[in-house]
Design a protein around this ligand. Structure first.
Ligand SMILES: [Zn+2]
Length: 460
């Protein structure tokens, strides 16, 4: 850029930052520019959200459904929300699945002795005491298993499927164990659902088909899956001992965390924003999903602090047990069944709190047009993209979207998310305070504008 153009660009930037209403603003963007800019300034002036997230994950660790740490974290959040001055702060009761991993290991017995890096899958049954020792059949897809099904009986089937995209690859984690059981396998291993690996196994929920035997199921690291595959390709016999002490205990009481900033004109109409407060039992669950939970919470706290009280109520909801069954999301829908018609929009962040890029939106075209206009207010933090999607953009708001509530998910630069997802590596240090702050800003501006629109969001 030459000097003349640089000066011109600086001049435009200066005019832009000092004028409350920009020349190109019109309609919704013009009405809300000043409020949006003050929310963005407040969210990005310091690292308050990151510090709060650090206090949460360092103070309580991971927060698996059924664990004491989850309930202790919920107690702490409720007390902090009251100190923040939020309204109607409460825990809404939800019964949650209580699955515990117990002791577990996978040992390569042939062609040589070695330890494999594994994590049992959530919901898996245990092996018999002493484990299951069996030859391994490595397959690269469901179709490959179908072709080789005659070889599967009595074996441990390993799905060595490279990561393409989360929803596509995680089918092997969800459905692989029952597919293997259907052809007579005694246990199932899956290559971790990971876009990059330093031999870290990734856990996650598996779901059994009730018409076939429930066999023990675990994820192994990408490196281990690829090694076993190479051994098979060389014609070597691969034998593994899988030992798992997992137990499904009786369901226990948990809570969805709820707090509000009550609307100034239409308090019965609600914009929900949140994340899920539970995590897997590894790492700190910092990005999945303490980060989304804190971003939503901070968004509402900042509105309160700035005296920005929208027409409708903004309600932060931190759902419990997303990971092992979306019980918090379904519980919220059931508890609020009579009010779902007055839910103007439900927003969730559950894709990591990296640099925000925009939103995915499920709802009518006319609602999407308003959401797109609101997103233009996020130009200074790069979060203006709005993609229309056919289904709920995130899991916990799924039950609401199915009932017709417009749903919106925060979208971020997620190229590193599946490096850490559901592993010991999901810890605070992977996150950047400035990026977390911009996620808070994006959620705050979108929630505020939609909650304040004179006419609400048109439904499909
Ligand atoms: Zn999550």
């Amino acid at each position: 850029m030459n000097h003349r153009r640089l000066l011109l660009a600086l001049g435009v930037a200066l005019v832009g930052s000092t004028s409350p209403v920009r020349a190109q603003d019109s309609g919704l963007a013009g009405t809300y520019r000043a409020a949006a800019d003050s929310l963005i300034r407040a969210a990005t002036r310091d690292s308050a959200a990151y510090q709060r997230l650090a206090r949460l994950v360092d103070g309580f660790g991971h927060r698996q459904a059924g664990s004491r740490s989850l309930e202790a974290a919920i107690d702490w959040i409720l007390s902090q929300m009251k100190k923040d001055g939020l309204q109607n702060v409460r825990g809404e009761p939800v019964q949650v699945t209580h699955w515990v991993r117990g002791m577990e290991s996978a040992v390569l017995v042939k062609p040589r002795l070695d330890t494999l890096h594994m994590l049992g899958l959530g919901g898996s049954v245990a092996t018999p005491k002493g484990g299951v020792t069996a030859p391994v059949l490595v397959v690269s897809s469901f179709e490959d298993l179908e072709r080789r099904k005659a070889e599967a009986r009595g074996k441990i089937v390993l799905f060595d499927v490279p990561f393409t995209e989360y929803e596509e690859t995680r089918r092997y984690r969800s459905d692989g164990p029952s597919a293997a059981a259907r052809v007579g396998a005694v246990a199932c291993l899956v290559r971790s659902v990971a876009s990059f690996s330093i031999r870290t196994p990734h856990t996650g929920r598996t779901t059994y088909d009730s018409t076939v035997a429930r066999i023990p199921a675990a994820a192994v690291s990408v490196e281990d899956a690829m090694m076993l595959h190479r051994m098979q390709d060389r014609g070597e016999q691969v034998v593994v001992t899988l030992t798992m002490g997992a137990r499904q205990l009786a369901p226990v009481p948990s809570r969805n965390v709820v707090a509000e900033l009550v609307g100034r004109e239409k308090p019965d109409e609600v914009v929900v924003l949140g994340g899920h407060i539970d995590s897997w039992d590894v790492g700190q669950g910092a990005m999945d999903d303490a980060g989304g939970s804190v971003a939503a919470w901070e968004a509402v706290r900042l509105m309160k602090e700035l005296g920005l009280r929208p027409r409708r109520t903004v309600r932060v909801v931190l759902w419990t047990n997303e990971e092992n069954g979306v019980e918090g999301g379904r519980g919220y829908r059931d508890a609020h069944k009579a009010d779902l018609g007055r839910h103007v929009m439900a927003m969730e962040s559950d894709g990591g709190v990296f640099a925000p890029t925009g939103f995915a939106f499920a709802g009518s075209d006319s609602a999407a047009a308003l959401v797109r206009q609101a997103a233009t207010l996020l130009g200074s933090i790069g979060a203006t993209k709005v993609e229309k999607v056919p289904d709920s953009p995130d899991a916990d708001i799924g039950p609401l979207v199915e009932e017709g509530v417009p749903g919106i998910g925060l979208r971020v630069e997620d190229s590193r998310y599946f490096w850490y997802h559901h592993t010991e590596g999901d810890t605070l240090d992977k996150l950047d305070p400035g990026e977390v702050a911009r996620c808070v800003a994006a959620m705050a501006v979108m929630a505020y504008v939609i909650a304040d629109l004179p006419s609400g969001l048109p439904r499909s």
